[in-house]
Design a protein around this ligand. Structure first.
Ligand code: NDP
Ligand code: KPL
Length: 298
């Protein structure tokens, strides 16, 4: 399969690199990373370890591929979609955090698959990515149900050795992940603690409230996600990733823009479309945006 990885930073470089031994992979990345991969190849270190040689470029348009894998941060999704509109791609798959697939689908003619990733990735230096945890890619039809295209992409990922599940219930899975991110990411970023520190703390209750509100909005969107399931998902992730510093906490610590708009902000916006209030998500989003507007982003 010809796979174009659009936005090969940490996650895109890891997943693209793992696909490269079996598929024809091109990383669309920034220099000096793109130049380094083009000339010296890519080292994958950590929980996965190999040296591979995908193509890499900074050119964003004019590509032809069977699949475009979108791995830019959520706030760069519109720009990625505009660039992909000038490519010839058979299908698009996002494995970003936050609700981004709708934007891709509204701007692109190619079919858009929904995805989530729990692999951990960190771009250590140009040409070198660390796999900080072997997770799983879950993908499927954006509106749910069986999907031959998702099956083909899932098979291509599995053939390359990626732990991949093709799921017929992506709407519920996306909203469950959103509930987890709305709770854990925002609360850990604002309180500057690792995920495990939420267990049994008042902040845990705050994370639960954000997740419960998200589940309620999911149900308004006709996605079956009981409050209890969202709460338990938060507890499970807090326990399983206790030592993690959430991606939003890492962004805050690095003085980088966060993905608040596609996470808590998206919950607020979609709730508003239903005339529903989500005070916890609204408060968390307002605090994070205040940080971003103020001294936050360097
Ligand atoms: N890292 C991880 O372990 C995981 C990440 N995710 C999700 O995956 C997504 C990506 O995360 P992550 O990989 O960490 O983020 P990164 O910032 O490391 O990677 C995104 C990359 O895309 C680049 N980029 C943006 N626009 C373009 C463009 N037009 N052309 C070329 N390159 C571009 C960025 O460059 P620049 O910064 O210069 O704009 C950056 O290098 C996020 O939604 C995140 O939440 C999900 C699970 C795990
Ligand atoms: C699951 C979790 C909360 C793990 O840290 C995550 O997705 C993130 O940090 O973005």
């Amino acid at each position: 399969m010809r796979i174009l990885v659009f936005g090969a930073g940490s996650l895109g470089t890891l997943v693209g690199g793992l696909l490269a031994p079996v598929h024809d992979v091109t990383l669309v990345a920034r220099d000096p990373h793109a130049a380094r991969v083009s000339t010296a190849g890519l080292d994958i270190v950590g929980a996965e370890s190999t040296h591979v040689s995908p193509a890499a470029t900074t050119t964003e348009t004019g590509h032809s591929a069977d699949l475009a894998l979108v791995t830019v941060k959520s706030f760069d999704t519109a720009a990625a979609a505009d660039a992909l509109a000038d490519c010839d791609v058979g299908a698009v798959l996002s494995i970003q955090n936050g609700l981004t697939e709708e934007m891709l689908a509204s701007r692109l003619d190619a079919p858009v698959l929904a995805g989530t990733a729990t692999y951990g990735a960190r771009l250590v230096e140009p040409g070198r990515v660390e796999c900080t945890g072997v997770g799983r890619v879950v993908l499927g039809a954006l509106d749910g149900g069986p999907d031959p295209l998702a099956e083909r992409v899932g098979k291509a990922f599995r053939v390359a050795g990626l732990n991949t599940l093709v799921a017929a219930d992506m709407p519920r899975r996306r909203w469950e992940k959103l509930a987890v991110n709305a709770g854990i990411n925002a609360v850990t970023a604002l309180s500057r603690v690792e995920n495990g520190a939420l267990a049994g703390d008042d902040a845990h209750d705050l994370a639960h409230r954000a997740a419960r509100e998200t589940a309620r909005v999911a149900r308004l969107e006709r996605v079956s996600l009981p409050n209890r399931v969202a709460r338990e998902a938060v507890d499970r992730v807090v326990e399983k990733t206790a030592a993690n510093r959430s991606s939003m906490l890492q962004d805050v610590e690095a003085g980088k823009r966060t993905e608040v708009d596609a996470i808590n902000g998206a919950v607020v916006d979609i709730a508003a479309e239903h005339g529903f209030e989500v005070p916890t998500n609204r408060t968390l989003a307002a605090l994070l945006r205040a940080w971003e507007r103020g001294e936050g982003i360097r």
